[in-house]
Design a protein around this ligand. Structure first.
Ligand code: UDP
Length: 333
């Protein structure tokens, strides 16, 4: 298969590119390199392109023709919740506009298979009984422009399926963590594990955003998924599009098991050797107490499930820390 991967130079995309190439698929990457790193794609061809610019459709048509593309994995997007609240129109331009351009190019070129990176942020702050698992057909009411853009793109895929036979799959990522290779770690510090690792390497202690939630230990529960498992789900989604003509579907990608903030920090202590003594801070606005995936749909339809646990995620994130961020300033004693 010849696969176009947008965002293939980024943290998640680079894992997808490696797995595709390992199994023998041909890959071409499109990335604007705003957060991605060219070296992450190895020797796969890389076209530097911002999908949201007005001539992106023509550029994409050229890439599709030049590389005989027959399927697209669309990961490129802006993904910071806070930034999306500050710059909503820009997020819509980037995420929705970019996806619209991609779909126009696919339609014009007759490429029908699309795997789209969606997010558990589409669920928002669900009004469900404590401990409920998120189901794809349950309510979606995102609370950030970021989550909204992901939901709108899902709808756009559904509509394109009706209009011209697009065969789309959306994967709703839960909390992605870890690294499949040390040089492909998450270079940002936007999520709990990299934030806490960054603080510890600077001689500081992590802060727990609220310990009075209706959960077992009072801290928020999330479904952490190893980036390698997530990348593997992309391959399963492509195979599904190849062998099944269901036009459009959405799947959660998680483990189905939640971990609390306290449990994650305890694991960080075990994986790194730091003496982790978190302080308790205020709740962060908009945080649901619990967000854990029901993973039965992806297991049934794609035959996919996660294989890595929290320890593997934190171990690998820590092994990737130095290669990705430079040496820690303060080592555990
Ligand atoms: N969190 C925390 N301290 C931090 C960063 C995050 O307590 O320094 C909590 C956050 O409130 C949430 C969980 O960790 O309950 C995961 O947050 P993250 O931002 O990684 O992902 P989200 O679930 O918000 O997408």
């Amino acid at each position: 298969m010849s696969v176009l991967v947008t965002g293939g130079a980024g943290y998640i995309g680079s894992h997808v590119v490696r797995l595709l190439r390992q199994r023998g698929d041909t890959v071409v990457v499109v990335d604007d390199l705003s957060s991605g790193v060219a070296a992450n794609v190895g020797d796969a061809p890389l076209v530097q392109l911002d999908l949201s610019v007005s001539d992106a459709v023509d550029s994409l048509r050229t890439v599709i023709a030049d590389h005989g593309v027959d399927a697209v994995i669309h990961i490129a997007a802006k993904k910071q919740v806070g930034e999306s609240a500050a710059r909503p129109a820009w997020y819509y331009t980037q995420n929705v506009g970019g996806t619209a351009h991609l779909m126009l190019a696919m339609e014009a070129a007759g490429v029908r298979k699309l795997m789209f990176s969606s997010s558990a942020a589409t669920y928002g702050n669900p009004d469900v009984p404590p401990g409920s698992l998120m189901r794809e057909n349950g309510p979606s009411s995102p609370i950030s422009p970021y989550g909204e853009t992901k939901l709108v793109c899902e709808w756009m895929m559904r509509d394109a399926a009706r209009a011209w036979g697009l065969r789309g799959v959306g994967l709703r990522y839960f909390n992605v963590a870890g690294a499949g290779w040390p040089e492909l770690g998450d270079p940002t510090r936007f999520n709990l594990i990299p934030i806490a690792l960054g603080q510890l390497t600077e001689g500081k202690q992590p802060v727990i955003f609220g310990s009075d939630y209706p959960t077992q230990d009072g801290t928020c529960i999330r479904d952490y998924i190893h980036v390698l498992d997530l990348a593997d789900a992309h391959l399963a989604a492509l195979d599904y599009l190849d062998r099944d003509d269901r036009p459009y579907d959405i799947f959660n990608v998680g483990t189905g098991t939640g971990s609390s903030v306290s449990e994650v920090l305890e694991q960080i202590g075990r994986s790194t050797g730091y003496d982790v003594r978190p302080t308790i801070g205020d709740r962060r606005p908009g945080d649901p107490a619990t967000l854990v995936a029901d993973v039965s749909r992806i297991a049934d339809a794609l035959g996919w499930r996660a294989h890595h646990d929290l320890a593997a995620m934190v171990d690998s994130a820590w092994q990737a820390w130095e290669p990705t961020h430079g040496a820690p300033a303060v080592r555990p004693s």
